[in-house]
Design a protein around this ligand. Sequence first.
Ligand SMILES: O=P(O)(O)OC[C@H]1O[C@H](O)[C@H](O)[C@@H](O)[C@@H]1O
Length: 290
Amino acid sequence: MGRPRASPLRRILVSATTINFGQLPALQLRAPDGAEATITLYGAHVVSWKAVTTAGGPAQERLFLSSLSALDGQKAIRGGVPVIFPQFAERGTGMRHGFARVATWRVLDQGEADGAAFAVLALNQGDLPQQLAAAWPYAFELLLRVAVRGAQLDMSLDVRNTGTQTFPFAAALHTYHLVEDVEAVRIDGVQAETLAITDKLDHVFERIQGAIAFDTGADKVTLEQTGFNDAVVWNPGAADAAALSDMEDEEYRRFVCIEPALLGDAAARPQQLEPGGIWRGTYRAVVQAG
Ligand SMILES: O=P(O)(O)OC[C@H]1O[C@H](O)[C@H](O)[C@@H](O)[C@@H]1O
């Protein structure tokens, strides 16, 4: 008689635990190899991703989170990976960057698969406070899947139209990558030349083809995206950072946002999703072994 195998339930308990992050309920994922992620239900927001780049080595933080970020559900979190839907920034008449980052999502599934710890969170119109639902009167469901293993973070966002009316939308995974010094950052794959950040930068790179290679100054990260046609690169620079109430003046040096985004179709018109339609965007970040 061999030892009884761990039941699926036991594996679920081992790979994800519920914690409080600030005042926000959150899931903490831990893969067998030590990689970790923390996701608040508020915004389905990945607030921490710790990658393991050498087998048996330490898990190290890869995401920036502002020391002044709200963590009470009253205001969007500054850092991590905000989920942007159904509007990007002020490109529309609705809420800046949409409501997904300030709505409370449900946990649909969590566990372990292929050596990764994963969670799936969901949001539909019934989850929204009445005021938000009234401002965007469509029936939808969002599914966000987050998985971590080793040096890799995988995310996918599904947008479903569960109603009877076609709706327009934009989406992005607004990743704040942690860096030592933004001036040392180099980004390949968004334009013909290598991109360096010398001051404030807020730019949409359209029609991303292939992987983005991002050098933090200390190590390299490969970013791959499907479904998301565009990538937004943002750093506020000193002047704009000083005007942000939820960031210390010098913290702008510690991150660069490289955001897989779907901002419009080939003719820059907003993406339309017909009744019954599903759009999926995927995103993979891999820290290269140094
Ligand atoms: O301050 P937030 O609403 O979080 O927006 C932060 C930034 O998001 C994106 O990167 C936009 O391209 C920027 O224009 C904007 O400033």
